[in-house]
Design a protein around this ligand. Structure first.
Ligand code: SAH
Ligand code: SF4
Ligand code: F3S
Length: 460
């Protein structure tokens, strides 16, 4: 290869800073990781390109959660490799969960990328890019027990400047049998609370009004101070963030039902700036399936936790994730999911068809034996029911006044603003004299299953 990108030797004063394009698939954690990647590479002389056509280095941050997610990423990587054919010297890298899952095998499908880097190797990207510049494939797929990128201030790439994320932990120890995440992101580790507060404080200074604390299972956040033995759990962490950043709205995701404590629920109820919304993935309403999924709770335990939420935080909204057609799911199991959804009255849900992931417990030990057409039919029934539940949940909001954090112009009209309530429901309302970043009291006048509409009003 004639083009040798030697990052370290680039003069500081060079005005031809190299251009980086990062494309992100997958969850909020990946979005947050891409911001770390940009931060690391900015420090070595890169600037962001608006599109892949103008980039010297193209990185695709990938997701492995379902087969479709991988297919989408592979299609994009193929397109980027086309760019490489047009412009010699362009470096194309695959990073994130799919890089970790497939390792060097990634290139076995005829997709010859220059860099393969897993989620714990982003500090190493400058040298991986330099190595790739010599024409060799550069690979780092080491998982770490310690890496939290605590000292790296992410370069924010969100569009609205109002709401952003801080990741508080990495990895997962739960090994739900269907899930690839513990395999792609390694063991759970919590980040120093001081660094979480510092990063959230930087968001305040940059004008942000809302922060979402991120982890695969925030309820098991636990940080131990090695010098004095002090322990900080998630309830303590969120309380500290709420107290230190009073003007900031605080959200968090994801809560695992098995670890959702009353202590945390009381903390959420005590602080007005902690949003009254819990994302509590159910996966299935059948105790038999939950056991096969290795979720660590039964149908009864899940409903007991929903009861605790309702009692301790009556105004709290609940959203969930559901998988249709997991191994050996019968019609009776499926009906148990539908009845639980109805009983819990979810305000919102992400719903998926089971997709077997190589290397997971389910792939090794269970038979993916629900026929595709049955999976699709069950998923459709779940979606249909959730549409009704979402509609009913919005209906009860009509006539109420909510404090909405405006996030920007509505997609449909520049004269309308869109924002969210503490319960995470989207509200569209005429902007009048309000702007993005304002807290606005809005009276709800209409709704669909997806959105509330209303009008700004002063609370009387
Ligand atoms: N850590 C979170 C979310 C993980 S991934 C949690 O514990 O809930 C987000 C969602 O993707 C999961 O909640 C699950 O509903 C879904 N999911 C994960 N693996 C899947 C698979 N193999 N097939 C279908 N859906 C899956
Ligand atoms: Fe996956 Fe379960 Fe961990 Fe969530 S808690 S990331 S579903 S293994
Ligand atoms: Fe997230 Fe997908 Fe990885 S959901 S943790 S990017 S497998």
């Amino acid at each position: 290869m004639s083009y040798n990108n030697n990052t370290e030797n680039k003069p500081e004063s060079s005005n031809e800073r190299r251009k980086l394009f990062v494309e992100t698939f997958g969850c909020q954690m990946n979005v947050s990781d891409s911001e770390v990647v940009v931060s690391v590479l900015r420090g070595t002389g890169f600037e962001l390109a608006e599109n892949p056509g103008g980039a010297d280095v193209i990185l695709v941050n990938t997701c492995s959660i379902r087969e479709n997610a991988e297919k989408r990423a592979v299609n994009r990587i193929r397109q980027h490799l086309g760019e490489k054919k047009r412009r010699r010297g362009v470096i194309v890298g695959v990073i994130g969960c799919m890089a970790q899952r497939l390792k060097e095998q990634f290139s076995e499908n005829g997709i010859q990328v220059d860099i393969i880097a897993g989620p714990d190797s982003y500090r190493d990207l400058p040298s991986l890019i330099a190595e790739a510049g010599t024409g060799q494939q550069a690979v780092n797929i080491l998982l770490s027990r310690e890496e939290t990128y605590a000292d790296i201030s992410p370069v924010r790439m969100d569009k609205n400047g109002v709401s952003s994320f801080v990741s508080i932990m990495r990895g997962c120890n739960n090994f739900c049998s269907y899930c690839v995440v513990p395999h792609t992101r390694g063991r759970e580790r919590s980040r120093d609370p001081g660094s979480v507060i510092r990063e959230a404080g930087e968001l305040v200074d940059a004008g942000y009004r809302e922060v979402t604390l991120l982890g695969q299972n925030v309820n098991s956040y636990l940080w131990r101070n090695s010098s004095n033995g002090e322990k900080v759990d998630f309830a303590m962490l969120i309380e500290r963030v709420a107290l230190e950043l009073p003007g900031m709205r605080i959200r968090f995701a994801t809560s695992h039902p098995k670890d959702l404590s009353d202590k945390l629920l009381h903390t959420i109820s005590r602080y007005s700036n902690i949003c009254k919304h819990i994302h509590l993935p159910l996966q299935s309403g059948s105790s038999k399936i939950l056991k096969l999924m290795n979720r660590g709770y039964s149908r009864e335990k899940y409903l007991e936790r929903v009861g605790a939420v309702r009692e301790i935080i009556p105004e709290c909204s609940l959203s969930t994730d559901i998988i249709a057609g997991f191994c050996s799911e019968t019609e009776e199991d499926h009906l148990a999911t539908l009845s639980l959804m109805e009983e819990a009255g979810f305000d919102f849900a992400f719903m998926f068809k089971y997709s077997e992931r190589p290397g997971t417990g389910a792939a090794k030990n269970l038979d993916d034996n629900v026929p595709e057409e049955v999976k699709i039919r069950r998923l459709n029934e779940i979606i249909e029911l959730q549409n009704r539940l979402s509609f009913e949940s919005k209906k009860t909001d009509k006539g109420k006044i909510f404090e909405v954090l405006a996030e920007g112009a509505s997609k449909k009209s520049p004269y309308d603003l869109t924002g969210r309530t503490s319960q995470n429901k989207v509200v569209v309302f005429p902007a009048e004299n309000h702007k993005s970043g304002d807290y606005v009291n809005v009276e709800i006048t209409g709704f669909t299953s997806a959105t509330l509409t209303g009008k700004a009003k002063n609370k009387s």
